[in-house]
Design a protein around this ligand. Structure first.
Ligand code: HSE
Length: 296
């Protein structure tokens, strides 16, 4: 039996579209037990309880790359990461399946190999990289290889996730993006993402409100998130350091000074006046990434 824990992730962090992501301390766990034959999946909706399950597909793809064949498998999932909310639930499934396959095969693959396969499956590395490695990770794909860097984040901030009850698929949220952007908007994002990473790394948190701005996706996607502008103003009025759409949304994350003790209670009061049952969750950075908790 192999047990694997994978953290939630928030991709983009505003301007870092498809290139920046951070692991957060909300976890799914996956248990794998080999069977003589067949597939058994426990702990997920009926829609995913079949051969198209992302954990299973990722496991099979990884094993086939190693020329290993899976006889049968029981996958038990304990899900705490909300699905289709922009918190990396798909990335968690992909990373768990790949890591589980590597464990079953006797760990022939390196972290870089695992990340390459995960990126092939997900299509971009910004969620799978921090899910696998933990922390704040910048990543790019260059001729099918993934290059990444894990960046130290200075102490003193907390991440508050505002999670609505409605879902938004990544496909839909990518579908509203323009095919081309202007040179001016590209320059806008280059500056912001550089400022963002440097501010997180050296603790100049007063720069986050500029560093989290973006012209590539948030203006388009915010229209799919009812009350986005209102929520952003509520966060600003309660001294948030900066606010962004988590991944493809609809979750919104606001970064707050850890000394801002009143933030959650003030925010929660205002959220009760809005529809969509926004849930408030205080999260910290997960530094470990995916871990194998046990193997018997
Ligand atoms: N970078 C991706 C996006 C993350 O924003 O579409 C979600 O998969």
């Amino acid at each position: 039996m192999i047990k694997i824990r994978v953290p939630a992730t928030s991709a983009n962090l505003g301007p870092g579209f498809d290139a920046v992501g951070i692991a957060l301390n909300l976890y799914n766990t996956f248990t794998f037990e080999e069977l003589p034959e067949g597939l058994e999946i426990v702990g997920c909706d009926d829609d995913f309880n079949n051969e198209n399950n992302l954990v299973y597909l990722s496991m099979k793809k990884t094993l086939s790359k190693m020329d290993c064949k899976l006889r049968g498998i029981k996958i038990t999932m304990e899900n705490n990461i909300p699905v289709s909310r922009g918190l990396g639930s798909s990335a968690a499934c992909i990373v768990a399946g790949i890591l589980g396959a590597n464990e079953l095969a006797g760990k022939p693959l390196s972290k870089d190999d695992l990340l390459k396969i995960a990126t092939e499956i997900e299509g971009h590395p910004d969620n799978v990289a921090p899910a696998l490695l933990g922390g704040l990770v910048t990543s790019i794909v260059e001729r099918e290889n993934v290059f990444y860097n894990k960046i130290h984040v200075a102490k003193g901030i907390k991440f508050i996730a505002l999670i609505p009850e409605f879902t938004l698929s990544t496909r839909e949220a990518r579908g509203v993006l323009p095919r081309e952007i202007s040179f001016k908007d590209a320059v806008f994002n280059v500056g912001r993402v550089a400022l963002l990473i440097s501010a997180l790394s050296n603790g100049k948190f007063d720069l986050l409100k500029y560093g989290l701005e973006d012209k590539l996706h948030q203006n388009y996607r915010s229209k799919l998130i009812p009350d986005f502008d209102k929520l952003k103003s509520i966060c600003d009025n309660n001294n948030a350091l900066g606010t962004f759409i988590s991944g493809a949304g609809p979750t919104i994350i606001t970064i707050v000074d850890e000394k801002n003790k009143e933030f959650i209670s003030n925010l929660s009061k205002e959220l009760t006046l809005l529809s969509n049952n926004w849930l408030v969750k205080e999260l910290e950075i997960d530094l470990e990434g995916a871990v194998v908790l046990g193997q018997e």
